[in-house]
Write a protein that binds this ligand. Structure first.
Ligand SMILES: *Cc1c(COP(=O)(O)O)cnc(C)c1O
Length: 387
């Protein structure tokens, strides 16, 4: 029988929240125009720049990840602008919708769900654009719906060579999970959300803006008010916000960023890699197939196919029996795959538990024997060894 209070979130957001961060949420709010709050904005902004590996402005918005992406788009682009949208999953689809909604002319580069976008396709279209009509390339780094990571490093090098186009990147499930060196890759606009790798509840989103992005914003004519990043930049110069921010979430952010600094970027990335490998290798040992192409697996979520069993029922069984919440498949993948989130505040115990839960449930369904569960745990333990 489920014990609600012990529910373990192994979905790609919202992710588990550390106790210290929960305590910060429980404090009395303070005035958002106070000196104390300004000090907090100053330090969290500095630490966000550390996490994003950038000297660019990193702006904090009260809203979910989608708000940050939309803000980046409407702050820099104009009606009728030509943009490339990469689409190989549900989130890629969302950015196509947003772009069209704002009257942008979309050139779609897609790939089958479960496979990565081909950087060569970006290169070809960008190289052909000698009139420099393409104003931006919009894409998702870690495609949460399929568990695929796109080759952002290579794609961004093609965008840079074009000179004119901005990169507008959804890094919602890659920042804080794997290396995204914003300055080194010269990424212009990078969006993310608090309920993912940042280990705090939903409600804040972050967007970093390059010099080039700010330059483009001067000409932008898309309608905007609350999400006009120019207002956020202006306020940030005095460590403030244009509107009332989610003050308690900023308390939480301050705590979680301190924890991340204590752990160190490299250790955080290695932990996510170990967990990703443990889950994917164990799944294969349990006779399950990965949905995403190997060598392109997201550091934060593993999508697993399950045959002759309704993945939704399977998830429900695991939730009821083990208090572990897994994510389902979206759209045509509903019932066909389940997704294991290993993003943010996740430790080796969580990984061993989820593998045992999946394995034991398969045994109960007479799909495998207990020997295979033992094998899967052995395989996982090898991957969990710290090197
Ligand atoms: C979670 C997520 C988002 C943001 O979704 P919101 O519900 O707006 O926070 C965007 N992109 C990806 C890849 C995500 O995983």
């Amino acid at each position: 029988m489920a014990i609600q209070q012990k529910l373990s979130l192994m979905i790609p957001g919202p992710t588990p929240v550390p106790e210290k961060v929960l305590e910060a949420l429980g404090r009395h709010p303070i005035g958002h125009r106070s000196k104390d709050f300004q000090d907090l904005v100053e330090i969290t902004t500095k630490n966000l720049q550390w996490l994003h590996q950038t000297e660019n402005d990193v702006l904090t918005i009260t809203g979910s990840g989608t708000a940050a992406m939309e803000a980046g788009i409407i702050t820099t682009l104009s009606k009728g602008d030509k943009v490339i949208c990469g689409e190989n999953g549900k989130f890629g689809q969302r950015w196509v919708k947003v772009a069209k909604e704002f009257g942008l002319e979309v050139i779609k580069i897609d790939a089958e769900w479960g496979t990565p976008l081909d950087p060569e396709n970006f290169k070809t279209i960008l190289e052909k654009d000698d009139k420099k009509e393409i104003k931006a390339v919009i894409l998702t780094h870690s495609e949460t719906s399929t568990g695929v990571i796109n080759d952002l490093k290579t794609i961004s090098s093609h965008i840079r060579n074009h000179k004119k186009a901005l990169s507008i990147i959804d890094c919602v499930t890659s920042i804080g999970a794997c290396n995204v060196p914003v300055d080194e890759w010269e990424l212009d606009i990078v969006a993310s959300g608090s309920q993912k790798g940042y280990m705090i509840p939903p409600g804040l989103s972050f967007v970093s803006m390059s010099e080039k992005a700010w330059k483009a914003s001067v000409e932008s004519n898309l309608p905007k008010f609350y999400l006009n990043l120019k207002s956020y930049k202006k306020s940030l110069s005095s460590n403030s916000n244009p509107y009332t921010p989610a003050v308690n979430l900023v308390f939480a952010l301050d705590e979680s960023l301190k924890m991340m600094k204590d752990e160190g970027l490299d250790t955080i990335f290695k932990r996510h890699k170990r967990h990703q490998l443990a889950v994917s290798e164990a799944a294969k040992t349990l006779n399950l197939k990965l949905f995403a192409e190997e060598n392109h697996l997201s550091p934060s979520v593993t999508a697993i196919q399950i045959k002759d069993v309704d993945a939704e029922k399977f998830r429900k069984t695991i939730k009821n029996k083990y208090d572990i919440l897994l994510a389902g498949g979206q759209d045509h993948l509903k019932g066909k795959i389940f997704r294991v989130g290993h993003l943010g505040y996740i430790n080796d115990r969580d990984i061993i538990s989820v593998i045992s839960a999946i394995g034991n449930t398969l045994v109960e369904l007479n799909k495998i024997s207990t020997r295979e569960v033992g094998e899967a745990l052995k395989v996982a333990s090898l991957q969990l060894k710290e090197t």
